[in-house]
Design a protein. Structure first.
Length: 154
């Protein structure tokens, strides 16, 4: 498999058939209070781990500062979610080996669309990290117990 993806990126499960599309639509619909449909096309990159997602959405007139403030307020009590300072963009190496999520947003004034980029290490922040984090909460431990907050890359 590694030889097939080295020095190459490709799409897969294109056209609304990815298994997580309904789950994302449900979460967005609940958060927004109305039905939301998305177009989701994953990319396969030559990396051992990590997910980067770039989402675009109509701004309805919101500015970069307003969107960033909304993100900061939404995640203020989430120890593993870092909304980065303006101009600093997430990269997968920064979350490698951690339970962290990095988020950044900007408004493309020309297109009148928000662009939000999110990165995480899918092997830690995926099922394994979620299991530890949820067990910590359920058992009354600190939510962050056993989950280092720094990745292994500088």
């Amino acid at each position: 498999m590694a030889s097939e993806v080295m020095n190459s990126m490709s799409t897969y499960k294109v056209g609304g058939v990815h298994q997580h599309t309904p789950e994302v639509e449900e979460a967005l619909s609940l958060a927004g209070g109305e039905e939301v449909g998305i177009s989701f096309t994953p990319l396969l990159a030559p990396m051992t781990r990590g997910i980067i997602s770039t989402i675009t959405a109509a701004t309805n007139g919101a500015s970069t500062a307003e969107i960033q403030q909304t993100l900061r307020e939404a995640y203020v009590h989430e120890p593993f979610v870092h909304v980065l300072p303006e101009g600093i963009w997430p990269n997968t190496a920064s979350t490698f080996g951690s339970n962290l999520v990095q988020i950044q947003a900007v408004v493309d004034e020309r297109a009148k669309r928000a662009i939000i980029t999110v990165v995480l290490d899918n092997l830690v922040k995926g099922a394994a990290g979620q299991a530890i984090q949820n067990a910590n909460i359920a058992l009354g431990f600190s939510e962050t117990a056993g989950l280092a907050t720094d990745g292994i890359a500088p």
